[in-house]
Write a protein that binds this ligand. Structure first.
Ligand SMILES: Cc1ncc(COP(=O)(O)O)c(C=O)c1O
Length: 401
């Protein structure tokens, strides 16, 4: 199965502006169908949730459809999809809720590969509870997170293991299923950060063994909405702070205040868009998603090889990370140039990339590059094509001259 990338690109109005959008890891563009779904939700008349009139019922339907869409994307259950503004907010909420049961002697395991959003909420919640934090270390220069180290990091005192399904700068995909199995074996819960992983291939929360799986729709062609997917039975055992009159049901009791209903319609449209990336895929949406995301993965990886070969051929370029399993995300520096300078030069050549730590705070510290401005990140998603990569490579070559 191959992606018709020209057809995919035509679905995204923003891509017509002539820039190479290699900043997808920080947020993707949205297809016209998502823009339309958000505006159609507003046009149709949208009330607040839980009322007896049609506009209110539409808000309830939009919310239910969004939970189902996220469940289809991740392999979870719609009754366990918690919606919120973004992954960071939801993770703080879950950390605060889970930590109510923690105390001195309990232990939490975090990793130095993770985005800070899956580190600091746990470190801070553990500190308040008097629990101990243990750190899983990154092996350099490969940028891997060896699963074997978790045997010595965990014991019957471990209450939670937080780990990423993919690094947002190196792309490294740790052996999450192995890590979560070790957590389960000692009776600990696992919280998997799927924000960077979800857009780059098929996701199956059950196969990952994740008790909680966090994702953000704006990384996969949707609006700025976050979600955490969990077993509804597990959520029934947890009691977050909530307003007295707010719903006490699961998953609603984990959601604070009024959701952005029209954006939720956009999330559903984004999932439908992902499901359509491989047009020959048939069957229920979940199956079409799996086929489409597999095609997106293959497309990105083929292009990534071109990107890596091209950057690797420039002697002035240092590439960070070389894990065999990783997303199509390149993190590099150019000798004698600050990452901010490189990014500015690329912007002049109409190439969008990010420079800096990108909140991979611990990791850029371990790599020893944070103080010097870290590195430049060029990430591929399904809508990138060969011309995007060629433009980046030509612009980097100019810098190296
Ligand atoms: C791997 C990873 N985790 C977490 C986050 C934070 O997500 P959000 O912006 O939804 O809070 C990001 C955002 O860049 C990310 O890349």
């Amino acid at each position: 199965m191959t992606l018709d990338v020209a057809a995919v690109r035509a679905a995204y109005p923003a891509l017509a502006d002539g820039y190479a959008y290699l900043d997808g890891a920080a947020g993707t563009q949205v297809p016209a169908s998502v823009i339309y779904a958000i505006s159609a939700a507003h046009r149709s008349g949208l009330g607040n949730a839980g009322g007896v009139f049609p506009a209110s019922k539409r808000a309830d339907i939009v919310t239910a459809q969004c939970r189902q869409a996220v469940a289809d994307l991740t392999g979870g259950s719609p009754g366990g999809v918690i919606l919120g503004p973004n992954m960071t907010t939801l993770t703080y909420r879950l950390a605060g809720t889970l930590a109510r049961a923690w105390g001195p002697g309990d232990e939490v395991v975090v990793s130095r590969l993770d985005h800070d959003a899956n580190v600091r909420p746990w470190v801070q919640a553990a500190a308040r509870a008097g629990a101990v934090v243990r750190w899983a270390e990154v092996e350099l220069p490969a940028g891997e997170l060896p699963a074997g180290q978790y045997d010595s990091l965990m014991s019957e005192r471990t209450v939670l293991v937080a780990v990423t399904a993919a690094s947002n700068v190196l792309g490294t995909r740790p052996a999450v299923a192995e890590i979560t199995a070790k957590a389960r074996a000692v009776g600990a819960l696992s919280y998997v950060d799927g924000v960077h992983a979800t857009p780059h291939g098929p996701t199956d929360v059950a196969a990952l063994g994740a008790d909680f799986y966090a994702t953000s729709a704006y990384k996969w062609s949707g609006p700025h909405v976050g979600a955490v997917v969990a077993d509804p039975g597990l959520l029934e055992t947890l009691h977050p702070d909530k307003l007295e009159p707010a719903p006490g049901t699961v998953p609603e009791r984990f959601e604070q205040g009024t959701p952005p209903f029209a954006d939720l319609a956009g999330v559903t449209a984004a999932v439908d868009h992902l499901a359509s990336l491989e047009p020959s895929a048939a069957g229920p949406r979940r199956e079409r998603i799996l086929a489409s995301m597999a095609a997106a993965h293959d497309h990105e990886q083929a292009l990534f090889q071109v990107l890596l070969d091209g950057l690797g051929a420039v002697p002035e370029v240092t590439l960070y990370g070389k894990a065999p399993r990783r997303t199509a995300t390149a993190y590099f520096t150019v000798a004698g140039k600050a990452p901010a300078e490189v990014a500015a030069h690329l912007a002049d050549r109409k190439v969008n990339v990010w420079n800096g730590h990108n909140y991979a705070w611990e990791l850029t510290g371990v790599l020893g590059i944070r103080e010097a401005g870290s590195a430049v990140r060029a990430g591929l998603v399904h809508y990138n094509d060969r011309s995007d990569v060629d433009r980046l490579l030509a612009a980097v070559a100019e810098l190296a001259d």
